[in-house]
Design a protein around this ligand. Structure first.
Ligand SMILES: Cc1cc2nc3c(=O)[nH]c(=O)nc-3n(C[C@H](O)[C@H](O)[C@H](O)COP(=O)(O)OP(=O)(O)OC[C@H]3O[C@@H](n4cnc5c(N)ncnc54)[C@H](O)[C@@H]3O)c2cc1C
Length: 374
């Protein structure tokens, strides 16, 4: 992390939020007219969204920055159409519906949302009068001054693993999709799903009744997905609702303007078969990259950021929550992420203004929701 000198800083007090928590005098660095925010949240997944809600509930200003074009993190990017069963209050809920409601909850206090911006750097601006100073969070599109940072970056800025075929890229958008965002696109089409994990198995099940035919290929005969899902897929295959080919990989994709056929290769015998096909959906997992966050001098445990029980990293003013954190007993779940977000935000508001209590009290009793505080 870089430290900025006072000389490098210039005043832009007009940009300061009128609803901040208030703290020691702050030096303003040159910014593109972005306001000084109490808490800037890196990541708009479920953890970041709940962090934004909690910040608003505590009277703190918040901003979410996310590299993806939509809020929701893994839920929208990887499994929008899947049901989630272990979120409190919902016997089952579609991932995209949970994101819709979490976004409504998060945005009710006017959180500033910056989508499609990857965080590229962070520098610290010291306060010569001994206050907490502030950070400048740099993204691909701008510099955001902020008193604290909450890293809710999940598994990092992630990209689906590509089909290992030289010409794969040329088929993107012409029938090759590494994300299933809109299942109806595949209605009545011949679909090939590639992979052996939960996503490949789940989409095999979820596209049944939508696609004209579904073929699942996996280069081994052991699937990595949940045993119950593997069993379900195999039962459907036995009754002819889908086809499963193990020890198989994609050798070639054929077509003119769009995919018309694929050549599949048996990984043991090297025998090939050409099948008519219109859609290819590789579900091979994803790469994740902490990117610039790696350079911030944070203590890490492999790719995860170590935090205290207050969700504080080793750098004062920088908190982390959700899938990106590491501590003994950590569970990477939506339920734990939102709980950590609330711990992180409560500690961040106390860090900004030590007169503010860490403990927020109960939401059912807060004036911000129109209740009388007792
Ligand atoms: C197929 C699948 C099914 C799942 N099912 C369940 C389930 O049933 N129940 C459950 O509890 N959990 C489930 N999970 C796990 C759950 O999705 C995660 O625990 C949850 O998404 C973590 O939320 P998060 O906000 O911490 O991180 P994420 O959802 O990963 O969001 C992090 C966000 O940060 C952004 N980001 C990262 N780095 C940067 C950067 N440098 N600059 C800008 N933005 C950045 C990313 O773009 C992303 O949007 C499932 C996961 C998968 C893959």
């Amino acid at each position: 992390m870089k430290a900025q000198s006072r000389a490098a800083a210039s005043a832009d007090e007009s940009a300061e939020s009128s609803r901040g928590l208030g703290t020691a005098p702050i030096i303003f660095a040159p910014v593109k007219a972005h306001s000084l925010t109490d808490i800037t949240i890196v990541g708009g997944g479920p953890t970041g969204l709940f962090g934004a809600f909690y910040a608003g509930m505590r009277g703190a200003t918040a901003r979410i920055v996310d590299a993806l074009p939509a809020l929701g993190g893994q839920l929208m990017a990887l499994y929008p159409e899947k049901y989630i069963y272990d979120v409190a209050g919902f016997p089952k809920v579609l991932a995209k519906d949970l994101v819709r409601d979490m976004s409504a909850q998060a945005l009710q206090f006017g959180c500033d949302i910056r989508l499609g911006e990857t965080v590229t750097g962070l520098s610290r601006v010291e306060d010569p009068e001994g206050g907490i100073g502030h950070f400048i969070l740099e993204t691909s599109d701008g510099d955001y001054p902020t008193k604290t940072v909450l890293i809710a970056a999940g598994i990092g800025a992630f990209e689906p693993r590509k089909l290992p075929l030289a010409a794969a890229e040329t088929w993107e958008g012409k029938g090759l999709y590494d994300k299933v965002l809109e299942p109806k696109l595949f209605g009545g089409r011949k679909v090939l799903i590639v992979g052996g994990g939960d996503s490949a198995l789940d989409w095999t099940l979820n596209l049944m009744g939508i696609a004209q035919s579904i073929t699942l290929v996996h280069r081994r005969d052991q699937f990595r997905g949940h045993a119950a899902t593997v069993k379900q897929v195999m039962e459907h295959a036995e009754r002819g609702a889908c086809e499963v080919r193990v020890f198989t990989e994609v050798g070639e994709i054929h077509g003119k303007e769009s995919i018309e056929a694929v050549t599949l290769v048996n990984t043991r015998t090297k025998e090939t078969v050409r099948l008519p096909m219109e859609i290819v959906i590789p579900q091979l997992g994803f790469h994740s990259d902490l990117g610039a966050i790696r350079e911030w001098g944070l203590d890490t445990d492999k790719a995860d950021i170590k935090v205290t029980s207050e969700m504080q990293t080793n750098v004062p003013g920088i908190y982390a929550a959700g899938d990106i954190t590491s501590y003994p007993g950590k569970l990477k779940l939506i339920a734990t992420g939102v709980s950590e977000a609330c711990i992180a935000v409560n500690n961040a508001v106390h860090y900004i203004n030590p007169k503010t209590k860490v403990n927020p009290g109960h939401s059912s009793n807060l004036a911000i929701f129109g209740e009388s505080e007792t």
